[in-house]
Design a protein around this ligand. Structure first.
Ligand SMILES: C[S@@+](CC[C@H](N)C(=O)[O-])C[C@H]1O[C@@H](n2cnc3c(N)ncnc32)[C@H](O)[C@@H]1O
Length: 216
């Protein structure tokens, strides 16, 4: 059990150990939520659920968690119950490509995909492979998160996506070029990870460019 923000999160070695720095992802999402209309938060790759649960606790919004791993989903349900958040939380076990109805729309998306390149996963023997293996360049599941966000984010909505490096954030920028999604800001926590604010303009633009990089 760890303390994550002001809530307790249970987990074991079958799921990724929660990283306490990712409290910043919950807090950033909560700050963005203050400017968005009411509605549930969608969390992709929720693991034990801590990032989305803290965002739900900070905002009072409902939360839909999606994770392919049934053990992770069981922890999310138990953690929601313990935190008194169960009435706000729906947990869907399955791959993100199949867990959402085509017409579901969200104002706010949180995503924490595996982002370790396959050739490097052996460096992290304590972590479950499914939780960290991001394919050849580490971007395979991140790209799926971006595609899912593109399908389900409302115009004017926001997403906070976690990646491993600023190089991966640059790849994300290339992926949104020419779409109606933009990279608004990239926050680098060196040695820990990178958070990226992705937005869909209320009125579409094609810029795609970030306002800049910020180290935290
Ligand atoms: C990096 S872990 C993040 C877990 C949690 N958010 C955390 O911070 O501890 C990635 C999670 O993505 C899930 N996952 C991997 N591929 C997925 C997919 N295609 N659809 C849904 N979840 C997936 C894994 O089961 C794992 O729980």
């Amino acid at each position: 059990m760890i303390r994550f923000g002001h809530i307790d999160i249970d987990f074991d070695d079958r799921v990724l150990t929660p990283r306490t720095w990712t409290v910043r992802q919950s807090e950033w999402a909560a700050k963005l939520a203050a400017e968005l209309p009411d509605g549930p938060i969608l969390e992709l790759c929720s693991g034990a659920g801590q990032i989305g649960l803290l965002a739900a606790a900070l905002t009072g919004r409902r939360l839909v968690c999606v994770d392919a791993d049934p053990v992770a989903c069981a922890f999310t349900r138990a953690n929601a119950e313990r935190a008194g958040l169960a009435p706000l939380v729906e947990v869907r076990q399955g791959s993100m490509e199949h867990a959402l109805d085509p017409d579901e729309r969200y104002w706010l998306v949180i995503a924490d995909p595996p982002w370790v390149p396959t050739a490097q996963v052996e460096r992290y023997p304590e972590d479950p492979r499914m939780a960290i293996d991001g394919g050849a360049d580490g971007m395979l599941i991140a790209e799926a998160c971006l595609a899912t966000t593109a399908r389900h984010l409302s115009p004017g909505g926001a997403a906070v996506l976690q990646l491993g490096t600023t190089g991966q954030a640059d790849r994300l920028l290339e992926m949104v070029e020419g779409s109606d999604l933009t990279i608004e800001e990239v926050r680098d926590s060196p040695g820990e990870g990178v958070l990226v604010h992705v937005a869909r303009a209320a009125r579409p633009s094609m810029s795609g460019r970030p306002a800049g990089y910020q180290r935290t």
